[in-house]
Design a protein around this ligand. Structure first.
Ligand SMILES: Nc1nc2c(ncn2[C@@H]2O[C@H](COP(=O)(O)OP(=O)(O)OP(=O)(O)O)[C@@H](O)[C@H]2O)c(=O)[nH]1
Length: 633
């Protein structure tokens, strides 16, 4: 494709430099230079909004683009940095306020009032909600000094609260937005406590004061009562109309503390968010907790211990804006040749190869509340879908993933989400951002199951000696068992109850005193030596009953009735009866009167009686071992 560019003195150089970032582009020529517009079809690296270059315009976007690469970040020592998040209940106006702040500081053009620039994802625009925290660095001039304000817009819905908790780790303060009509809501309280516990400075902002039913005074009192923040500290604004928004920026500078990190310290950065770019690999959002980072530096990931060369770093304004360096207290992005999703860990610490530092504590893992199975429509898409799921979970680290398979749907995953909306959004993002078609099973919630057979150990008179957690998934338990209790079927049962996961080993612990008695088994009154056992006194009745029941199942019916008894000494403690085969003596008795039939039945009963005393009960060989096996229910 050919490039045509009508050049006007002074406007082409930055413009050309910008074009070099693109692989495919086309130009539309207009008659005058000042009307040159270049529509970018496809960015080399990632989808971005088209950039229009128009000469002689007041559009501040151009100066931003033109200034790329030129920001000397050393001009912003910590005293002139403020890192803050905007937090609130859903729909209280975070993204609208963020738009106004971006406009006021010239990061974006003043255009559509409902643009919501930081809601970049298609799913966010379609649903009108924020699902992903976004960072934007703003330059704000106040009392003759230029400040660097790093703003993080966060989602309001409870399903995305993990985004909020991670975002505030990069901040020293928050703007807590409360709707002037709705007042304090559930997520206002939850988000307040996230910030409060992180010891951040909180500036309450009452938004939507333009609404007819707005009652900022009532909301201020609520804030004072619930959060103990004096009413005078609240700022009343209308993000939609821009009323008092400038005051918010001033208060951010005045009230929020600057970061306390030092550029003289060794470099140390927290990875608080990441996304995967198809061409450049992992793009990590970092907050510098000390030192500085330059292009070309070699850094180490504390999580993997691997070393990387920094290929690019810079600010998010909110688009990437490369710089040569980032300093302590600043927030930005870094690309360092991490090509695998697993190399980028949210919560990881990056440091310089030469200066080993103590790793930051990272983040608490998110606790999944809703689970669903996910399978490719076609099994041949399995690997492509796996890679899509991996990349998306890098950008949304609150999703838990476990491999799963189903007879009907084939290989897939069991995914855990923070809620139903979270699950829907994740699926929508998979479809929209990765072109994946998936089958998702009905969502389920986790249950805690108490296995009815979990008495396996207690039932066997075991005494627990100790329990050690070997790692997050395995526990080692030591018990003292009577050998009698484990010798026959304990191992089989343990394996089946634990679906094969538990393993078992034992060693001789010597003799112990025990209250045991001898139990005989009688078949038609005769003791069967092979079945005599020693049982614990407390379990004699249940053991005898179980043995009789099992013998009843194991001994085939014979021509006579068999009494199966368990006895301790002369006392029978359990009994079962094996019924005799009943020969139908009436089968050949066609017609005839009732007295003849009764006579035949009586004769049969007498014959059987005889056999009971004289007959020898036949016990099949394998019945012995089956009977001796315990079947705990
Ligand atoms: N009247 C009025 N409407 C506002 C104001 N600020 C925001 N809104 C509207 O309130 C709705 C929600 O605003 P958002 O900025 O998306 O709210 P949010 O807190 O970012 O929402 P989530 O990120 O989804 O939690 C939108 O329709 C805005 O136009 C305001 O000051 N006045």
């Amino acid at each position: 494709m050919q490039l045509s560019l009508i050049k006007h003195q002074g406007c082409a150089t930055p413009f050309l430099r910008h074009l070099l970032d693109f692989r495919v582009y086309q130009t539309r020529q207009r008659s005058q230079c000042c009307k040159i517009a270049c529509t970018v079809i496809r960015h080399r690296w990632m989808k971005r909004a088209p950039v229009f270059c128009t000469h002689n315009t007041t559009n501040k976007m151009i100066s931003t683009q033109a200034d790329k690469e030129n920001i000397d970040m050393s001009k912003f020592p910590v005293e002139r940095i403020r890192n803050f998040s905007i937090i609130a209940h859903i729909d209280h106006g975070k993204s609208t306020l963020a738009d106004r702040l971006l406009e006021l500081t010239g990061a974006i053009a003043t255009t559509d009032k409902n643009k919501q620039v930081l809601d970049k994802l298609q799913v966010e625009r379609e649903r009108g909600i924020t699902v992903k925290a976004q960072t934007a660095s703003l330059f704000y001039k106040y009392q003759g000094q230029t400040y660097l304000l790093n703003l993080i817009d966060t989602p309001g819905h409870v399903d995305f609260s993990y985004e909020v908790s991670r975002s505030i780790s990069a901040c020293q303060g928050v703007l807590l937005i409360v709707d002037a009509n709705q007042g304090i809501q559930a997520q206002t309280v939850a988000n307040f406590y996230l910030a409060f516990e992180a010891q951040l400075t909180i500036i309450p902002v009452i938004n939507k004061i333009d609404l007819k039913n707005a009652d900022p005074e009532r909301v201020e009192k609520q804030i004072e009562k619930v959060f103990d923040i004096p009413t005078e500290e609240c700022i009343r604004i209308s993000a939609k109309l821009g009323t008092n928004v400038e005051q918010v920026l001033q208060e951010v500078v005045k009230r929020l503390p600057p970061p306390t990190f030092k550029k003289e310290d060794p470099f140390k950065a927290l990875v608080f968010d990441s996304n995967f770019d198809h061409y450049r690999g992992v793009v990590a959002n970092i907050a510098l907790f000390g030192g500085y980072l330059s292009k070309g530096d070699r850094i180490i990931s504390a999580y993997l211990g691997k070393s990387y060369e920094v290929n690019e770093l810079g600010l998010l304004r909110p688009d990437e804006h490369p710089t040569d360096r980032l300093y302590a207290g600043q927030v930005g992005y870094v690309i360092a040749g991490m090509k695998e999703v697993k190399e980028a860990q949210i919560g990881d610490t990056l440091y310089h190869q030469k200066h080993l530092v103590e790793a930051l504590p990272g983040f608490k893992p998110a606790k999944a509340m809703v689970f669903a199975g996910m399978y490719p429509m076609d099994q041949s898409d399995y690997s492509a879908l796996r890679s899509a799921v991996e990349k998306l979970t890098l950008n949304d680290s609150s999703v838990t993933v476990q491999r799963d398979s189903s007879l009907a749907l084939g290989a897939g995953w069991r995914l855990g989400f923070l809620g139903l909306l979270h699950m829907e959004v994740f699926n929508q993002r998979l479809e929209q951002e990765y072109n994946a078609s998936v089958i998702v099973t009905a969502p389920t919630v986790p249950y805690k199951a108490i296995l009815s057979s979990a008495k396996l150990i207690k039932n066997r008179r075991a005494v627990q000696k100790n329990m050690v957690y070997i790692d997050d998934h395995r526990v080692m338990m030591k018990y003292l068992f009577p050998l009698n209790e484990i010798v026959v079927d304990f191992y089989d049962l343990l394996k089946s109850m634990s679906s094969g996961y538990a393993s078992f080993d034992y060693e001789d612990a010597g003799y112990q005193p025990a209250h045991v008695i001898k139990m005989d088994i009688l078949l038609n009154g005769k003791p069967v030596e092979e079945l005599t056992t020693i049982v614990h006194k407390d379990r004699a009745y249940s053991a005898g009953k179980a043995m009789c029941e099992r013998l009843q199942d194991a001994i085939p019916r014979q021509m006579f009735e068999i009494a199966v008894q368990a006895a301790i000494g002369s006392k029978v403690i359990a009994r079962e009866t094996i019924k005799a085969y009943k020969k139908n003596v009436l089968a050949k008795c066609y017609g005839g009167d009732i007295t003849r039939k009764m006579k035949l039945l009586k004769k049969q009963a007498e014959g059987k009686k005889k056999m009971r005393y004289i007959g020898t009960v036949q016990v099949p060989k394998d019945a012995f071992i089956n009977v001796l096996k315990r079947k705990d229910k």
